[in-house]
Design a binder for this molecule. Structure first.
Ligand SMILES: Cc1cc2nc3c(=O)[nH]c(=O)nc-3n(C[C@H](O)[C@H](O)[C@H](O)COP(=O)(O)OP(=O)(O)OC[C@H]3O[C@@H](n4cnc5c(N)ncnc54)[C@H](O)[C@@H]3O)c2cc1C
Ligand code: SF4
Length: 452
């Protein structure tokens, strides 16, 4: 969809303003600030922050190395558990994970673990400090489909274990949602691309512009490789099934344009964002920062059922974003092809549905109109439909070793996340665990500790 052709084109913003509006939100720590913050850490034994990190980074260890100015050692401590530490430092919901578990949080401020990790990873990037592969080549080769966080983590971890990993990516640029989907305020695309280049230095081959199911097929990959890993993520935003839907912009495309070609965007003056998850908050933030006078998130339940994190809800309110709860879109109103409003129905909440949340029940005859010149939808992503694989709630079903219903074919990341909120760090952990499982399948007696 051509974003420039959507909206009534009333809002213009200069290139410089765009750069500033969407620049990374938190500045890097200065060396002095990092040293002071690292010195506050108690270096806890059996540290709760490490337990709370899905990739179990040895947090006190990497922080202690910052305190003793051993930046090389700090980066290595992070890489040991998480190859995508630069991305995770920026995008992880640290309030819910490591920082939320920090013992200092009870009475003081928790340690700024995310910002310290970013400090170490920025240093590693500037000084080209990359993990070193010491394993001998095993002669085994693995095809990884999709160069998002799950695929890159898996390919990098396989390379560390001496296997030849080739990643096939359908887009022009690797990085998955880190490159195209996570708002630039949290992670600029360049950070994700630089991290991808680091993965290549481990010996991973990344082939972009190649789509599995169109340019390469399973039968061929099964012949050419010893295993196949599917890390294809999820699809585009599902349809709402309402009249005039063709005028609604896909929120993922909206975010992608803001990261890759913000000057092409034509942001409305009065923008409605349908949805209340983190993607919806990101879309609303972009609209607001790029000059929309009024941005309203439209959600059919209440603030108690929103799927975005509480800190994101607070952030959105601080950005001046408004909320319209208990409202279900029923029709887009168009005049001469241009969006002029969204008709909604008032909703009452009923008994819990399959998601466990109260089911929205539209009230007959309660239609009302919200004026708008641009509507964006951010209501989740379509589930993967691949190879007739067994599924679980629509996601690819895997066993404890990440193997799908086809022997030798594994799946990781968002495409298997049937429970809980999907996140980058969980995709990275899947990649690491799957690499280990595949390695053990090839060499049953070697444990992860022996190959590291
Ligand atoms: C808007 C948005 C914001 C988010 N913000 C955050 C955040 O702040 N923090 C956080 O932790 N998580 C966030 N997430 C979730 C996080 O981005 C995902 O959990 C993570 O990217 C999953 O990684 P993945 O590798 O499984 O999938 P993806 O990142 O989706 O990568 C899948 C890759 O596979 C490729 N692919 C798909 N099909 C094929 C095919 N047939 N052939 C070849 N290649 C293919 C895709 O092009 C893509 O590059 C966000 C998600 C969205 C949508
Ligand atoms: S819990 Fe807090 S104080 Fe303890 S090691 Fe982790 S970051 Fe340091």
């Amino acid at each position: 969809m051509d974003l420039a052709s959507i909206g009534n084109g009333k809002r213009e913003i200069g290139k410089e303003e765009i750069g500033k509006a969407l620049a990374e939100q938190l500045p890097p720590l200065t060396p002095h600030a990092a040293a002071v913050e690292a010195d506050r850490c108690l270096y806890c034994y059996d540290a709760p922050c490490t337990h709370a990190c899905p990739t179990h980074i040895d947090i006190p260890r990497f922080i202690k190395k910052i305190a003793s100015n051993n930046m090389h050692g700090s980066a290595e401590a992070i890489y040991a558990s998480n190859l995508l530490g630069a991305t995770c430092a920026r995008v992880c919901p640290v309030q819910e994970l490591c920082e939320g578990a920090c013992v200092l949080g009870a009475d003081h401020k928790p340690i700024a673990i995310g910002r310290l990790q970013r400090f170490a990873m920025d240093y590693a990037r500037e000084h080209r400090i990359y993990p070193i592969v010491t394993a001998e080549p095993t002669g085994r080769s693995i095809a990884v489909i999709g160069a998002g966080p799950a695929g890159l983590s898996c390919a990098g971890e396989l390379a560390r274990r001496g296997h030849a990993a080739t990643v096939f990516e359908k887009r022009d640029m690797p990085g998955g949602l880190s490159t195209y989907g996570i708002i630039g305020l949290r992670e600029p695309a360049e950070v994700a691309l630089e991290e991808t280049r680091m993965i290549e230095t481990l010996g991973v081959e990344i082939k972009t512009g190649i789509e599995f199911g169109k340019d390469v097929f399973l039968a061929q990959l099964q012949q050419d490789f010893d295993a196949v890993v599917l890390s294809v993520g999820l699809g585009c935003t599902p349809g709402l099934g309402i009249e005039g839907e063709e005028a609604i912009i896909d929120g993922l495309e909206y975010i992608e344009a803001s990261k890759t070609n913000p000057a092409s965007m034509n942001v409305g003056r009065n923008v409605l964002v349908i949805g209340a998850g983190n993607t919806a908050v990101d879309c609303a933030t972009i609209a607001r920062r790029l000059g929309a006078e009024r941005v309203t998130m439209v959600y059919r339940r209440t603030d108690r059922e929103m799927t975005c994190y509480e800190h994101e809800y607070d952030f959105a309110r601080k950005e001046g974003i408004e909320f319209r709860f208990l409202s279900q879109p029923s029709r887009v109103l168009l005049e001469e092809g241009l969006t002029v409003g969204l008709e909604c129905m008032r909703v009452e909440l009923g008994a819990p549905d399959a998601s466990g949340r109260p089911s929205p029940q539209p009230v007959e005859g309660s239609e009302f109109v919200l004026a708008s010149d641009q509507i964006v939808k951010a209501v989740g992503q379509k589930k993967p439909a691949l190879l007739g694989l067994k599924t679980n709630k629509g996601f690819i079903a895997v066993d404890a070793a990440f193997q799908t219903s086809i022997v030798g074919v594994y799946a990781i990341g968002d495409c298997i996340r049937s429970t809980g909120a999907a996140s980058t760090v969980m995709a990275v952990q899947d990649g690491k665990l799957a690499a280990n499982a595949i390695h053990e399948q090839f060499f049953p007696r070697q444990t992860m500790a022996e190959v590291r």
